[in-house]
Design a protein around this ligand. Structure first.
Ligand SMILES: NC(=O)c1ccc[n+]([C@@H]2O[C@H](COP(=O)([O-])OP(=O)(O)OC[C@H]3O[C@@H](n4cnc5c(N)ncnc54)[C@H](O)[C@@H]3O)[C@@H](O)[C@H]2O)c1
Length: 249
């Protein structure tokens, strides 16, 4: 799959996990990439590695998001693909049961997993419509949004919301060749993931291993490329088969 001539913005692309993997995979496939991150130094290093554009800001701020898009579009000369990677629960708030969850923690998890994605998608759509070229939005979700999410109720609910958003965006803008899809990632071996992934946990995964950043990056590559032109409003589950398990599996 090639992304030659494609201009992509990866929000959360500066970390050392899934975002960075997608940034590298896109660049290797020929895309010009802009990396957005809360940490300007992370964005700078990740963008430099791929000869791309670095922008920074906090996704919780509408003004910061506007500035990120302005910088990315200026640096890339336009935009064809948006990937949203920022998200999570354990990296942001304590993992507790619902009755113990503080309102402000729920709001923060919602902000960094769903609210900003809707804002970023809207910003990307405005660019796509102005260009008249169509475009693709990919959001990194989680199998947590498909299943029960003990001690991660806000995270699961927010990730589930991404699936609805992707369907609505695709329905509203399909005629303008704009589509949105979600990657529902399972347990991926990253620094954040390591906090709750132990060797025994592998027994619960039909594929017999934790996922890699490349497993997710390959899926993102497919969803960004014309190879998936007929895929609209879907969730691509990359979880080693975890979500296929029924009571007798
Ligand atoms: N690792 C897993 O097992 C796993 C499983 C399922 C889903 N996911 C999803 O993958 C995504 C994250 O992947 P990762 O853990 O590999 O992270 P990552 O290493 O790719 O980094 C994410 C980046 O987001 C940046 N960031 C954090 N808060 C920000 C903010 N407010 N504004 C702008 N940037 C911000 C961080 O600086 C970091 O560089 C999340 O959406 C998460 O829900 C991960």
């Amino acid at each position: 799959m090639t992304l030659d001539g494609t201009r992509a913005l990866v929000i959360g692309g500066g970390g050392d996990g899934i975002g960075r993997g997608i940034t590298r995979a896109f660049a290797a496939a020929g895309a010009a990439v802009a990396v957005a991150d809360l940490d300007p130094e992370r964005a700078r290093v990740a963008a430099k590695e791929v000869g791309g554009t670095a922008v920074s800001g906090d996704v919780r701020s509408a003004a910061d998001l506007d500035a990120m898009f302005a910088g990315a579009v200026a640096g890339l000369g336009g935009l064809d693909v948006l990937v949203t990677v920022v998200g999570g629960q354990v990296a942001f708030v304590p993992a507790v049961r619902l009755h113990e969850m503080r309102d402000e923690d729920w709001d923060l998890v919602y902000e960094v997993n769903l609210r900003y994605v809707a804002r970023a998608a809207a910003a990307a759509i405005r660019v796509f419509l102005e260009q008249g070229t169509g475009g693709t939005i990919i959001s990194v979700g989680s199998v947590t949004g498909l299943m029960a999410a003990p001690r991660q109720a806000a995270y699961g609910a927010a990730k589930a919301g991404l699936a609805s958003l992707a369907k609505t965006v695709s329905a509203e803008y399909a005629a303008e060749k704009i589509r949105m899809n979600v990657i529902a990632a399972g347990a991926i071996a990253t620094a954040v993931g390591a906090a709750f992934q132990d060797p025994e946990g592998v027994a619960e995964i039909p594929a017999g291993r934790y996922g890699t950043v490349d497993d997710v990056a390959e899926a993102a590559l497919f969803l960004a490329s014309p190879a998936s032109a007929y895929v609209l409003g879907q969730q691509l589950v990359i979880d080693g088969g975890v979500s296929t398990r029924g009571p007798f599996a």
